[in-house]
Design a protein around this ligand. Structure first.
Ligand SMILES: NC(=O)c1ccc[n+]([C@@H]2O[C@H](COP(=O)([O-])OP(=O)(O)OC[C@H]3O[C@@H](n4cnc5c(N)ncnc54)[C@H](O)[C@@H]3O)[C@@H](O)[C@H]2O)c1
Length: 112
């Protein structure tokens, strides 16, 4: 059975690299990002390796949107194997330290 991974912030940087990494190994990648253009660009790339991969546009701070998105993923794939909780931003106003827009306090990568 095809493995399914959700990568938040998959449209750029580390998330983009991880999306390509997993797609090249045959995983179906759910690229969750608030930036539609970059998510679409990564979706086009990963689908060359993994045609069932999809970009899903969402702000991970929006709990209602994330619940709906999880239902979409569950309906489409039937299961989820891993989550990379990667989406984040740099807080340039406070000396460039890294901050995380989600408040789940979870580790970044979870096998499910
Ligand atoms: N790059 C580093 O040196 C470094 C160091 C420590 C921690 N981190 C953490 O690693 C993660 C990725 O870093 P990066 O350098 O690849 O970042 P990046 O800025 O290059 O990419 C972040 C991606 O996340 C998306 N994103 C941001 N907020 C979002 C939200 N609320 N909902 C959905 N998508 C959102 C952006 O649109 C973007 O595509 C971040 O959480 C960052 O805090 C990075």
């Amino acid at each position: 059975m095809e493995k399914v991974i959700i990568i938040t912030g998959g449209g750029r940087g580390i998330g983009r690299a991880l999306s390509l990494h997993f797609a090249a190994r045959g995983w179906a990648v759910c690229i969750v990002d608030l930036n539609r253009a970059s998510a679409a660009e990564v979706e086009a790339l990963v689908r060359r390796y993994s045609p069932s991969s999809r970009a899903l546009i969402a702000d991970i701070r929006d709990e209602k949107r994330i619940k709906a998105l999880m239902e979409t993923i569950a309906e489409r794939y039937g299961h989820i194997d891993a989550l990379v909780n990667n989406a984040g931003v740099t807080d340039k106003e406070h000396g460039g330290s890294w901050t995380f827009p989600s408040n789940c306090g979870s580790p970044s990568c979870l096998p499910i």
